[in-house]
Design a protein around this ligand. Sequence first.
Ligand code: ADP
Ligand code: X2W
Length: 288
Amino acid sequence: MKKQDAMNKDWIATARTLSQALPFLQRYDGATVVIKFGGHAMGSDEAMDSFARDVVLMQQVGVNPVVVHGGGPMINEMLSKLDIQSEFVGGKRVTDAATVEVVEMVLSGRVNKRIVQAINAQGGRAVGLSGKDANLMICEQTDAKLGFVGTPVEMNPAVLKTLFEADMIPVIAPLGMGRTGETYNVNGDTAAGAIAGALKADRLLLLTDVAGVKDASGEVVTELTAAHVHELTELGIIAGGMIPKTETALAALQAGVRAAVILDGRAPNACLLELFTEHGAGTIIRQG
Ligand SMILES: Nc1ncnc2c1ncn2[C@@H]1O[C@H](COP(=O)(O)OP(=O)(O)O)[C@@H](O)[C@H]1O
Ligand SMILES: CC(=O)N[C@@H](CCC(=O)OP(=O)(O)O)C(=O)O
């Protein structure tokens, strides 16, 4: 084939891809999609830029994206520089007064602004905030043994709707405020689920470092029901860091989110693959 013919063929394939996306673009026009971007998924600059581009594209085609981020590895790095010991109990960081200061500094400062910058560099208009801003996420202590770890008990998502109306993309650090003004460290998945629930989002996308939820044979299950999640958890097949993710997904569905998807955030264009193609990505857990 001549070079010119091969080039034409590529452009024809691109045009076909766009055309095939039409029903999905129509389905998600005006939809709210909450995306949890974890510390492991944001590993490289390349992954960050590709994620940011997908988020900007989503907003360009009429979706209201909300980014809720983690940053566990970045918190670990700073705590170790400061010589502060840290341990996890049941997937949550035991957080004393000195640790919560570092958590807030790293999440609201370094990580949040890095994501805002990446989205804006792709032509979006991102606004960084935490669960403290406009009382978005009021928390209570989860368990005295964990110190300043919070469970969201009251959500005030009005600020997010104001940002959607102004075509801005909220980027949220998972910190909450207690009723007496204390700062709480909230697990990123938990915060994303609470925000998705408060918005009754159409989709909650939990980006992680595996292709989806695996069954006993190690295969990724493309669709799960709540009953199936309970069964896999009882059998110990859903374990470790996957437990808070599936628990978050089920709680979000209970709160009125239409579907939650657990997918590999390191895969190129993971969010676009899930939302705008027939193929989908990862494991979907639906209402009902
Ligand atoms: N059934 C399962 N299917 C897939 N992953 C599982 C399962 N059970 C446990 N896991 C573990 O959960 C991990 C994802 O949780 P975590 O490391 O906390 O993710 P993140 O850092 O992205 O929040 C996977 O890397 C995997 O090791
Ligand atoms: C209470 C609790 O454990 N909070 C987490 C918050 C960050 C987070 O969730 O980060 P990833 O999504 O990258 O794991 C922490 O301190 O590490």
